[in-house]
Design a protein around this ligand. Structure first.
Ligand code: SF4
Length: 222
């Protein structure tokens, strides 16, 4: 007999880490730096995040009242090629399942954390073979839980992000261009990415091209 949680021989897709969905949604270049160049730089925010996660990064489960809480639960979806680890999954007595993604920073409605939490819900649906229509993001700064409805819109965003990350993985080189916008101020990868310098590259190349351009008319006249 096959367990509800056993892995099947699903589609032959490159596996996309759920964390990559969040990184890609925040900035495709950030995702590329991490996946293609194995670059990750800690700053104050990521260090705070690591410390914040310590409690939920240890596998285990505990029951309180009508809720059983699982920590650091591996999840996957073979058909969609998704894999990752849930910080926290609550199994409620009424049969409902709630993944809770923990973030040390502020919550941004509709932001990258929503995509990661929704992807966790989609994986849990696949594993437990029952609908998971709600996910949550716990913000350490807000000190509260933000609930997300896992509707068709957010599911489509998860699939789009997964396809985009898979496409990025297939390139093996050629990082997406830098955003060079307000996101870069909060990005731990800025020193590796050098967004302002590289964002100016095309203008620099154009200037160089213009400087040394051999005018056609002049060329033909010689
Ligand atoms: S510094 Fe900006 S462009 Fe570079 S990875 Fe971070 S957010 Fe993206």
């Amino acid at each position: 007999m096959t367990s509800a949680l056993s892995r099947g021989g699903g589609a032959d897709l490159a596996q996309v880490p759920l964390s990559a969905l969040e990184h890609y949604t925040y900035c495709p270049r950030q995702c590329g730096l991490i996946l293609l160049e194995d670059t990750f730089t800690d700053d104050a925010a990521t260090t705070r995040g690591t410390l914040f996660h310590q409690r939920v990064d240890s596998p285990g489960n505990r029951g309180r009242g009508t809720v059983r809480t699982l920590h650091a639960l591996p999840v996957w979806h073979d058909d969609l090629g998704l894999t990752g680890i849930c910080d926290t999954v609550e199994l409620h007595a009424d049969g409902s399942i709630l993944p809770v993604e923990h973030k040390s920073g502020r919550y941004h409605p509709g932001g990258p954390a929503d995509i990661q939490a929704a992807a966790q819900a989609i994986c849990l649906e696949y594993m437990f073979k029952k609908p998971v229509t709600t996910a949550a993001v716990y913000s350490g700064i807000d000190r509260r839980r933000h609930t997300i409805t896992v509707d068709e819109t957010v599911r489509a965003r998860v699939l789009d992000a997964a396809n985009a990350v898979r496409d990025l993985l297939s390139r093996t080189h050629t990082l997406p261009a830098p955003r060079a916008d307000s996101r870069c101020r909060r990005c731990s990868m800025a020193s590796d990415c050098m967004p302002k310098l590289l964002a100016g590259t095309s203008r620099y190349q154009q200037a160089l091209h213009d400087l040394y351009r051999i005018d056609d008319a002049q060329d033909h006249s010689t």
